[in-house]
Design a protein around this ligand. Sequence first.
Ligand SMILES: O=c1nc[nH]c2c1ncn2[C@H]1C[C@H](O)[C@@H](COP(=O)(O)OP(=O)(O)OP(=O)(O)O)O1
Ligand SMILES: [Mg+2]
Length: 209
Amino acid sequence: MTDNAGNEQAIRKLKPGKLVIASHNTGKVREIQALLGPYGIEPVSAAALDLPEPEETGTTFVANAELKAMQAADLSGLPALADDSGLCVEALGGDPGIFSARWAGPDKDFGLAMRLVHEAVEAKGPDAGHDAHFVCALALAWPDGHVEVFEGRVDGALVWPPRGDKGFGYDPIFQPIGHDISFGEMDPDAKHAMSHRADAFAKLVAAAF
Ligand SMILES: O=c1nc[nH]c2c1ncn2[C@H]1C[C@H](O)[C@@H](COP(=O)(O)OP(=O)(O)OP(=O)(O)O)O1
Ligand SMILES: [Mg+2]
């Protein structure tokens, strides 16, 4: 994984001012705003601008992050940051992966999505491992079409039953390596010190600030 996936050119710096957070997931928006906290950026949410939720037609995290960021930058006339992320389970060949949000169905029911993941692993039999990782691709796009992408990852294992209600999405069934609590049980600051999103964010900060 490269520090600046998809772009070998010079990195463009982000100037202080408004930045659109091109996501319709409130859990993510909260985390991205917390990560941006120290950098003098004025976050503007996609909801505040009434931006549409684009169809995620890409076949990779990077492609979907780019598509979301470029659409938001184009429509708003401001730089925009998008996040495409998901849970990849080794025993399931990387599923749900880029389909992580879609496994929760139209009602965004992550109780259902977590159960589907658990049942799919159970169906593999007693020898199926529980290794899993989260991936995050952050795309930073400008209205002129310039875009840069940064990827992060955190490794861990699935746990069952779900534990904790501090995070969002699949957090209650994911326990990062070296810890005995799930992301759902972890304080936000602790998750931000090790998550896939924090890993990608550190690369973005190193490049763009
Ligand atoms: O830290 C995380 N903790 C738990 N679950 C997570 C995390 N990060 C991603 N995930 C899961 C849930 C999310 O719904 C899906 C991403 O899907 P993804 O399309 O990137 O986001 P989304 O549709 O929820 O919002 P949006 O596209 O408007 O940013 O993976
Ligand atoms: Mg999405």
